[in-house]
Design a protein around this ligand. Structure first.
Ligand code: SF4
Ligand code: FES
Length: 250
């Protein structure tokens, strides 16, 4: 396959960025999107040019590192698929593909397609934990969890923290991510002692980081590679209201 790639190049956080066009004539349909970029980078290195910086780690759809906007859509055209799991057979010979970093004030560009997502880490640190003594693994049935609660927690825990929800949102809101992390722990018995403090603190940190407000566009759910549901946001809002009625402060 032959492709024309328009890729965002930016040498550093304060440098001006621009799209650079590359003709890629050596694309195998069985390659993943990141392997296609690996081959392009190899060619750039052989020509003595700077390779394109992009984030990746597991390449198995688990870690959430592979953040890039492909033809205007975070993670590209395949529903429920991370960039690393996207394959070139979903594109056509001769296609023009635009590749950009996540665009959000709270995710500043570090270089090319790499953004700083440490704002997510600080939201997790604000409340994404439970205060229990660690030790050897407890007997599985020692804390009984109703099946619907276990399912809700498990679905929310599938969030890999990639940030596509923020990149897709016109407000650059981090509500889907934060709601997934709140819903994960607030659905379980182990999460109850800090339930209201957790939601208040994580939402306060989200606002402090400069993410926008949720105005129910639903773009986040549409691009989420783990299909985190908007229901988690409803659950967050219910817990936030209950916390405010109890007078809980960050
Ligand atoms: S909610 Fe979905 S899109 Fe947002 S960080 Fe989690 S996995 Fe990524
Ligand atoms: S590289 Fe880990 S999810 Fe894509």
């Amino acid at each position: 396959m032959r492709l024309t790639l328009k890729i965002w190049r930016q040498s550093g956080p304060d440098a001006p960025g621009r799209f650079v066009t590359y003709e890629h004539n050596d694309v195998n349909p069985h390659m993943s999107f990141l392997e296609m970029l690996d081959v392009l980078n190899q060619q750039l290195i052989q020509k003595g040019e700077e390779p394109i910086a992009f984030d990746h780690d597991c390449r198995e759809g688990i870690c959430g590192m592979c953040s890039m906007v492909i033809n205007g859509v975070p993670h590209g055209p395949q529903r429920a698929t991370t960039t690393c799991q996207l394959h070139m057979r979903h594109f056509k010979d001769g296609d023009v593909i635009t590749i950009e970093p996540w665009r959000a004030r709270a995710f500043p560009v570090i270089k090319d397609l790499v953004v700083d997502r440490s704002a997510f880490d600080r939201i997790i640190a604000a409340g994404g934990y439970i205060s229990v003594n660690t030790g050897s693994a407890p007997e599985a049935a020692s804390i009984l969890v109703p099946k619907p609660d276990a399912d809700r927690a498990f679905d929310a825990a599938a969030c890999i923290g990639c940030g596509a929800c923020v990149a897709a949102c016109p407000n650059a809101s981090a509500m889907l991510f934060t709601a997934a992390k709140v819903a994960h722990l607030n659905s379980l018995p182990q999460g109850q002692p800090e339930r209201y403090q957790r939601v208040v603190r994580m939402v306060a940190q989200m606002e402090k980081e400069g993410f926008g407000a949720c105005t129910n566009h639903g773009e986040c759910e549409a691009v989420c590679p783990k299909e985190i549901s908007l229901d988690t946001i409803a659950q967050l809002n219910r817990d936030l209201l209950a916390a405010s009625l109890r007078g809980v402060r960050p």
